[in-house]
Design a protein around this ligand. Structure first.
Ligand code: SF4
Length: 167
């Protein structure tokens, strides 16, 4: 026990340092996205996120958009609980066989006009999981995709820039 306490006091933390973030650029992107959404839709952008089978790495970056650093709700961007309230479906992961039907139904339940953003390398073509018998492939193989955001996973700034480009 003593050894364990000693080690925990002397060992360096195992976590890696967070990568540097350009705070100013992130805020400018978010503000531009809000302005564009209001011009285009007359209100802020509503996003429904769908995890079609990801490893959750992409979700961690999406969650970061709502943390105290990015705090995107300040700019009106909001994640909604139902596809019926969404403008954008933000889909992550390779589509698994179990999620294929759910993804199709979610897309059908989203009112027009709607956009689909495939987020991450897996969402493009299955990525790391391509060829797995549990997966059917990228998002495009199940529903029409308007924009693909590359990366494994894409950073919050890349996600913001992609949403802005979409609008
Ligand atoms: S793109 Fe990378 S982080 Fe995102 S679901 Fe695939 S493996 Fe995970």
């Amino acid at each position: 026990m003593r050894k364990l306490i000693f080690e925990s006091l002397t060992r360096r933390p195992l976590t890696e340092k967070a990568p540097p973030v350009d705070e100013q650029a992130a805020h400018e992107l978010a503000a531009a996205l809000d302005r564009t959404a209001r011009k285009r839709l007359g209100r802020s952008l509503a996003i429904r996120q769908v995890d079609a089978g990801s490893c959750n790495g992409c979700e961690l970056e999406i969650h970061a958009l709502g943390n105290v650093f990015y705090d995107l709700e300040r700019f009106g961007l909001k994640f909604v609980a139902s596809p019926r309230h969404a403008d954008v479906l933000l889909v992550t992961g390779p589509v698994t066989k179990n999620m294929r039907e759910a993804l199709k139904r979610t897309w059908a339940a989203t009112p027009d006009p709607k956009w689909v953003v495939a987020l991450g390398d897996c969402a493009r073509d299955g990525g790391l999981f391509a060829g797995s018998p549990a997966c059917v492939g990228g998002v495009q193989s199940v529903i029409p995709v308007d924009l693909h955001v590359p990366g494994c996973p894409p950073t919050p700034q890349q996600i913001l820039a992609a949403l802005l480009a979409l609008l």
